[in-house]
Ligand binder design. Structure first.
Ligand code: UT7
Length: 309
């Protein structure tokens, strides 16, 4: 769906969306597609890249806020779709930081020795939770999925460090208020549109910029890595201006920053793994490279993962 398509739905323009967000188009799932369907395709590609079969996976972590249904979990549905019969499976709700929270959790299981091969997937079908009459949000989001297999390795490559943070006092800035046990689904909740995504965009934007600038600097400092040693920054794709602010704070040239928001919009938990996949497949990541992944989103949550490829 392009910005021009959106011009026919709400009072907006390609110029406004491009200038304020960097988004030109976003992907929309088919009416019969749910989060587990997108997750399944991404997971199959990740398994094939890793040279593994579904039976080799012993844990599935599905990061999503747009799961197929309240329960069973999207991770369990994905397990069935994949035929990953040896896996335990659970969902993880950390909104846009979900994939990075998932990597952090996977790292802990592997370090503890209780799981060997973990499929971490971020999958979102946000288009089904967007109010297509609210120009403040409907232009921002898109659907997608990305996945990675995490396992123990010998040597220096892998996850160097992880950062996870949250501030629940600011949960109201970005949320879907209805459809849960607070405001159960009813004729009234549907009439009020409480099942749609609500965002105080400008406030969220300012906090995102401040928080991510601090997060990227602190993560590198903690690991005694200079910004110039970083091969690639892979940020959550919420707004090009937020991405540029983090890059500027590190004095990183934009060639060292993965940007694909123009094609996908904000895909929440799917955005970092989609960008990582593009970076790997296009040869932008080489062995020994330091890569910094970062994200910020509803909760509020924010997270970073420093990798050595
Ligand atoms: O992924 C999780 C985290 N998410 C984020 O970090 C996203 C954070 N927020 C943002 O990306 C930005 O705040 C937005 C892109 C949502 C909005 O940009 P902004 O520069 O913060 O604009 P604003 O909300 O201050 O609105 C400026 C004006 C308003 O008009 P008035 O009141 O100045 O007359 C809005 O009504 O732009 C208007 N506006 C629009 N105009 C055309 C809002 N949405 C649209 C639109 N098209 N789609």
């Amino acid at each position: 769906m392009t910005n021009r398509d959106l011009e026919t739905l709400v009072d907006t323009s390609d110029e406004w969306i491009t200038e304020r967000t960097g988004i030109k188009e976003r992907r929309i799932a088919a009416p019969n597609e749910a989060a587990s369907d997108l997750a399944c395709e991404a997971s199959q590609k990740a398994l094939s890249a890793a040279g593994l079969k579904p039976k080799h996976i012993d844990l599935i972590i599905a990061a999503t806020v747009t799961g197929d249904m309240p329960f069973p979990s999207t991770a369990c549905t994905l397990q069935a779709l994949l035929g990953a019969k040896n896996a335990a499976a659970f969902d993880l709700n950390a909104a846009c930081s979900g994939f990075l929270y998932g990597l952090s959790v996977a790292e802990c299981f592997i370090k503890a020795g209780s799981k060997k091969r973990i499929l971490v997937v971020g999958s979102e079908v946000l288009s089904k939770f967007v109010d297509w009459e609210d120009r403040g949000t409907c232009v921002l989001f898109g659907d997608g999925a990305g996945a990675a297999v995490v396992e123990a390795t010998e040597g220096e490559s892998g996850i160097i460090s992880t950062e996870m943070h949250s501030d629940g006092t600011l949960g109201g800035l970005l949320c879907i208020p209805g459809g849960g046990s607070r405001i159960p689904p009813s004729k009234d909740s549907v009439r009020d549109g409480s099942h749609f995504i609500k965002m105080k965009g400008n406030e969220t934007f300012k906090i995102a910029v401040r928080t991510l600038e601090r997060l990227v600097v602190d993560t590198l400092k903690k690991n005694k890595i200079k910004p110039s040693e970083l091969a690639l920054l892979i940020p959550h794709q919420a707004n090009l201006r937020i991405i540029q602010a983090a890059a500027e704070r590190l004095r990183l040239p934009m060639e060292k920053v993965l940007v694909n928001i123009d094609r996908y919009g904000n895909t929440s938990a799917a955005s970092v793994p989609i960008a990582l996949d593009e970076a790997v497949r296009s040869g932008r990541v080489r062995e020994g490279d330091y890569i910094l992944l970062e994200a910020f989103g509803g909760g509020l949550t924010w997270a970073a993962v420093l990798l050595k490829w």
